[in-house]
Design a protein. Structure first.
Length: 311
């Protein structure tokens, strides 16, 4: 006998959101009668032809989580990190913002056409298999006619929350939600991976006043970037420049703290350690802010207390 989920009441502030839908103008297209003289040969082929059957076979692809590649090595003559802006000119030739002609105070909520392409595997509770069935649906971007997207909202199915909000411009831009394609997320993981930080993951911060323990509560959370485990490891060592390699026991302690699988944490810590100790280590060390999101400092004389290697 199936389990019937308790009904949830949508908060009034969400229920009253105005959804402005902009429909494109209809285009009148003349109809030309089909004759043997104006019909291409492939269109006149027998429908039962093997050639047609093969051509109509759909291409089956699978979405795989693509981990971010390490940032490129900085050349000697580079004074600034290279820009990773890849979507400034996306769209058809001569595309302009279709909403720019509206009143500047108009608040738009535009449907995102491909919410299933959101990289849900990068949410830590999904990655760690706490909520493996989580799906993102009914995604909207919010903007003024002539301005950038200021917020993205989405409904969540089979997850720990019911609704999520994205306010971070870094995440919004990395997803590809910029002019002129405000309504389309990058479908190729390589595109958003290039704009996210090294192995960047997300966490869901439940908004104040919401009670996740109540099954009837409509839970809203903000999706934000998670802190890289290497930064937790630097906190553990109390040093911005450790000289002793990481221990597995440290990764296990950080995994317990962040509720992640320790194998993922260990992989990410070791990866950054290898980068910073490698051929281009100086560049990686000087650009932590760019590829880790933070470059922590620690007081002089801080003492590291080693953990047991067998924890």
């Amino acid at each position: 006998m199936g389990h019937v989920a308790p009904s949830k009441t949508v908060p009034e502030e969400l229920a009253n959101q105005q959804h402005v839908s902009i429909e494109p103008a209809a285009i009148s297209t003349p109809i030309v009668p089909t004759t043997p003289d104006n019909t291409p040969q492939p269109a006149m082929t027998d429908a039962n032809s093997p050639q047609i059957s093969e051509a109509q076979q759909p291409e089956v692809t699978s979405f795989e989580h693509s981990e971010p590649a390490a940032p490129p090595a900085k050349a000697d003559n580079d004074s600034e990190p290279q820009s990773t802006e890849r979507n400034a000119g996306r769209g058809a030739e001569g595309n302009e913002d279709p909403y720019a002609s509206l009143d500047s105070d108009t608040e738009l909520a535009i449907d995102i056409t491909n919410p299933s392409d959101f990289p849900v595997i990068r949410i830590q509770e999904v990655e760690a298999h706490y909520q493996p069935s989580t799906k993102i649906t009914n995604m909207l971007c919010h903007k003024t006619p002539s301005g950038p997207i200021t917020r993205v909202t989405a409904d969540v199915k089979d997850g720990s929350v019911d609704h999520l909000i994205i306010d971070d411009p870094h995440i919004i831009n990395a997803l590809g939600l910029t002019a002129p394609a405000f309504d389309t997320i990058y479908s190729d993981p390589a595109d958003y991976t290039a704009l996210l930080r090294l192995r960047e993951t997300f966490v869901l911060n439940v908004l104040p006043g919401h009670r996740p323990e109540d099954p009837k509560e409509y839970i809203v959370a903000e999706l934000v970037s998670a802190r890289h485990p290497y930064l937790y490891w630097l906190d553990e060592r109390k040093s911005a420049d450790p000289t002793i390699p990481p221990y597995a026991a440290e990764a296990k302690a950080i995994a317990r703290k962040t509720r992640r699988r320790w194998s993922d944490v260990w992989l990410e810590i070791e990866e950054v350690w290898d980068y910073e100790q490698g051929e281009n280590g100086k560049w990686y060390r000087e650009n932590r802010q760019m590829y880790l999101g933070e470059d922590p400092t620690y007081p002089e004389g801080a003492v590291w207390v080693p953990r047991s290697m067998f924890v």
